[in-house]
Design a protein around this ligand. Structure first.
Ligand SMILES: NC(=O)c1ccc[n+]([C@@H]2O[C@H](COP(=O)([O-])OP(=O)(O)OC[C@H]3O[C@@H](n4cnc5c(N)ncnc54)[C@H](O)[C@@H]3O)[C@@H](O)[C@H]2O)c1
Ligand SMILES: O=c1ccn([C@@H]2O[C@H](COP(=O)(O)OP(=O)(O)O[C@H]3OC[C@](O)(CO)[C@H]3O)[C@@H](O)[C@H]2O)c(=O)[nH]1
Length: 386
């Protein structure tokens, strides 16, 4: 990629990136982007490699000498510091980040999102290495507007719901609402990174993703990934559609989310990687404020899009209501609404998302249908035969 320049017109030099959690949903797309469109090297760290196996084999691929996979659990592996030392930049994506785990496995969630991230921050700080850390939009918790009376006109005022990196508060529920174990752990690691920057000069960027979705997200229960467990909403609804069963709306599906196409979001991460002078010291919301829907609307849209891409008519009762206690268990709670303010990322990196919700669902559900429809049919006919 000779001749590529950054946003200030300086030549971009190839660097080595230690990517922790490279085998996950975001990591797989970021590895793909780095291999296809840049000359950077990746030391890919994860316990799984299935989602990046197309980038690792065969060894004859164009980028074979630019990506190395290290099967390492960062909880307990002394090789981690060496890899961070070998790299110019570390990107930490590793985390437990499925809401079904936050209230049912709160200790694993807190350890994964805070304790396990600590050595990564420490090694970067001690060795003078740059860090891009993946946090979450969940650090905002609930909006201020959520506490207003239902009929208050202030609920329509963006000051009460738009989430801004430098001014919005972090509003979580009580301790028994263990849903917030994840957000709280992510908030504390953000504060620690910020403090390392202020006191010890760590060069850092914190990313707050707002519901990035697309191919390879999570798993389809019973087909790939863990045999038990509840993935995030895209995979839950995809699974229901593939199996021709009703989509489950938790607590009426009233919560609102903004969804962004993974490929748009990865563009923003590449800008952060290649423009350190503009990205260091910043916390960035990365989302698409134009793609807001309630979960009910998402279910309706996914049902329509899936019909189009699969050629199958939708079932008679496309959705059913379930309580959060039934679906997630005790201690679940929810973010009411998540609209990212885009001022900072716009000013620093000139980045904007492009893909509409309909278009991103069309390409994602085409992938889900192509990848899983046959396997699900076979699994279902086996169950019926038994
Ligand atoms: N996808 C989103 O919309 C979204 C939203 C908010 C925040 N995030 C954050 O972005 C990051 C990546 O999310 P994702 O959606 O790709 O999740 P993911 O679960 O697909 O990827 C996480 C990866 O980290 C790996 N990992 C976890 N613990 C590890 C350990 N101890 N050692 C080595 N590897 C380990 C997992 O095996 C997995 O491959 C997470 O930190 C998450 O909190 C994502
Ligand atoms: O079958 C289902 C599954 C989920 N819901 C509801 O959908 C909303 C979104 O759920 P989900 O995508 O699983 O997760 P969240 O948006 O709540 O949280 C994520 O946000 C970012 C991240 O940090 C990482 O991805 C994670 O914490 C929610 O309201 C569910 O209740 C449903 O109705 N039916």
């Amino acid at each position: 990629m000779a001749g590529k320049v950054d946003l200030d017109g300086n030549a971009i030099k190839p660097i080595t990136i230690c990517m922790i959690g490279a085998g996950g949903f975001i990591g797989s797309h970021l590895c793909e982007k780095l291999m296809h469109e840049t000359s950077h090297k990746v030391l890919a760290v994860d316990v799984y490699s299935d989602k990046i196996k197309h980038l690792l084999e065969p060894a004859t691929l164009d980028w074979a000498d630019r990506i190395q996979f290290h099967r390492i659990n960062i909880k307990n592996d002394s090789r981690l510091e060496g890899l961070i030392k070998m790299a110019d930049l570390t990107i930490n994506l590793a985390a437990i980040c499925t809401p079904a785990d936050y209230n049912t496995r709160p200790l694993d969630t807190i350890y994964s999102n805070f304790i396990d991230a600590l050595p990564v921050v420490k090694y970067c700080s001690e060795n003078g290495k740059r860090l891009i850390h993946f946090s979450t939009c969940e650090v905002y918790g609930k909006t201020i507007g959520a506490f207003l009376p239902k009929d208050s006109p202030l609920r329509k005022d963006p000051a009460y719901y738009v989430l801004k990196e430098d001014t919005s508060p972090c509003i979580f529920g009580s301790i028994e609402k263990q849903r917030w174990s994840y957000a709280c752990a992510k908030q504390l690691i953000e504060r620690l990174i910020y403090a390392e920057g202020a006191e010890n000069g760590l060069e850092f960027t914190i990313v707050r993703p707002f519901n990035w979705i697309g191919p390879r997200m999570d798993f389809i229960p019973g087909i790939d990934g863990p045999s038990e467990g509840v993935p995030r909403v895209l995979a839950c609804f995809s699974n229901n559609l593939l199996r021709r069963e009703p989509l489950k709306l938790v607590d009426g599906g009233e919560s609102q989310r903004t969804f962004i196409y993974i490929k748009d979001a990865i563009e923003a991460v590449l800008l952060m990687i290649e423009n350190p002078a503009r990205a260091n010291g910043h916390i960035f919301n990365v989302g698409n404020p134009n793609n807001e829907v309630t979960v009910r609307q998402l279910a309706e849209m996914m049902t329509q899009v899936y019909s189009k891409v699969s050629g199958e008519s939708s079932i008679e009762t496309p959705t059913i209501d379930v309580s959060s206690k039934e679906f997630y268990g005790e201690g679940y709670d929810d973010s009411d609404k998540r609209i990212p303010d885009m001022t900072i990322i716009n000013k620093q990196l000139g980045w904007n998302p492009k893909t509409s919700l309909w278009d991103l669902l069309e390409s994602t559900l085409t992938y889900q249908h192509r990848t899983y429809a046959e396997a699900i049919k076979q699994a279902m006919s086996k169950t019926t035969a038994n």
